[in-house]
Design a protein around this ligand. Structure first.
Ligand code: NZQ
Ligand code: ZN
Length: 391
């Protein structure tokens, strides 16, 4: 196991009606003028915005609103948020939504206090030295941004989708009421499931030895996501399944699964180019790219794939390592298909003829090399995209 430091300071307020705590929580974090940041429709439609505005009025918390965050959030709204936040002298940001809203809020939180262009952080030109505190009300369990130090934004000029990480971007608090996820369309629920599964596999598939504790944590999360997903597909209103999926999204990506080990992140790198080019859901792209990546790399660490098959998919240790490893990969793919996720380019609306475009931006974003389980080049990326397009 590698040495590590781990700090996840976010306070999680989990359960039914926990939104009632929002005003008090903001006060605890000295928020007096709040930017409420949200998406396109859902926060207004499901009444959440009204509830929050009423509670702010009651508690005399001043606020301004900025809605309109689109899935795969873009830089232009971040610039608007920075400008509005400075004009209004806000000192706290409340994000209501899924990963896109939270990521946009994080970029605004850091950008407001920076004299240069916030994209410098994403270009790696400037480190984040300070950020306004943010709180979140999570409405979609998927990206894990409610507990992560990351923000992923697309620069529309060149459609560059990039992520940054800084401990200063971890939310001060995240309110997580599983009941808020009942309004999710089925497709968003399953895209979220693909995302949280991949957040675990990006850490699970490592060459670092002696990491049994995190292996077991990863496997437990995967097993319970699979189990809760099956329940949700039969009964989307099952509270405990919603609750388990929601908490899984957080612990899959707050860092606990990755401590002491080298993480991979090749599947995410491959996917971000798809969601940037086609503006598709991140989770949909992942459910196509993860089995393709696995198929390409498994020989680089076959014992780990055998372990995955035995411990997560319940295969017996009988037959060749290759057979056992491939069975686990097929099981994951079958599971994705069984809940309605895409597993090839065609189902995603992606085209093999666009692979050159995907490679072009991937090369810019990765400097030509990515992945740690197996170090990958653009030739490897091309081969993996081909597997995904011919699956
Ligand atoms: O915009 P509204 O109307 O709110 O609708 C949203 C959006 O269309 C809808 N939605 C959210 N909650 C709802 C709801 N609809 C009905 N009822 C509710 N309760 O869901 C749609 C998708 O939302 P979005 O926030 O885009 O989804 P997700 O949470 O999957 O976030 C995806 C983004 O997160 C990034 C992805 O790349 C992508 O840009 N990621 C961020 C990470 C991080 N910050 O740590 C890590 C991830 O790997 C990922 O890259
Ligand atoms: Zn993800």
């Amino acid at each position: 196991m590698n040495n590590f430091r781990f700090c996840s300071p976010t306070e999680f307020i989990f359960g039914k009606n926990t939104v009632d705590n929002v005003a008090q929580l903001i006060k605890q974090h000295n928020g007096t003028k709040v930017l409420i940041h949200y998406g396109c429709k859902s926060a207004e439609k499901n009444g959440l915005l009204d509830i929050i505005e009423n509670s702010f009025r009651k508690e005399f918390i001043e606020y301004v609103k900025l809605g309109g965050v689109q899935p795969n959030p873009i830089d232009s709204l971040v610039y608007n948020g920075i400008e509005l936040g400075r004009e209004e002298k806000i000192n706290f940001i409340l994000a209501i939504g899924g990963g896109s809203v939270i990521d946009s809020a994080k970029a605004i939180a850091a950008g407001i206090l920076y004299s240069g262009d916030f994209w410098d952080f994403f270009d790696g030109i400037a480190p984040i030295k300070c950020a306004l505190p943010i709180g979140t009300i999570l409405t979609l369990p998927a990206a894990g941004s409610e507990g992560s130090p990351n923000s992923v934004i697309t620069k529309t000029d060149g459609m560059l989708k990039r992520g940054i990480g800084s401990s200063l971007l971890r939310p001060a608090f995240s309110i997580m009421d599983p009941l808020l996820t009942l309004t999710l369309p089925r497709c968003q629920t399953i895209y979220g499931i693909a995302d949280m599964i991949t957040h675990v596999t990006e850490r699970y598939f490592t060459q670092t030895k002696g990491v049994d504790i995190t292996d077991r944590i990863c496997e437990a999360i995967l097993l319970s996501i699979i189990q809760s997903s099956k329940i949700l597909m039969q009964n989307p209103e099952n509270y405990n399944a919603r609750a388990n999926i929601m908490w899984a999204s957080t612990i899959a990506h707050n860092g606990i699964c990755g401590v002491g080990r080298e993480e991979d992140w090749a599947t995410h790198a491959l996917e971000h180019e798809l969601s940037a080019l086609y503006n598709i859901a991140h989770g949909a792209g992942l459910s196509v790219m993860l089995p393709a990546w696995m198929q390409y790399v498994y020989t680089a660490g076959i014992d780990r794939f055998v372990q995955f098959s035995i411990r997560v998919w319940n295969f017996k240790n009988i037959g060749s390592k290759k057979e056992i490893a491939m069975s686990g990969i097929s099981s994951l793919k079958n599971f994705f298909q069984s809940i309605g996720l895409p597993t090839n380019f065609e189902q995603l609306g992606a085209k093999e003829s666009d692979i050159d475009k995907l490679i072009k931006t991937l090369e810019i974003n990765t400097n030509g090399k990515f992945g740690n389980f197996l170090h990958l080049t653009m030739n490897d990326a091309r081969a993996i995209y081909k597997i995904a397009s011919n699956s």
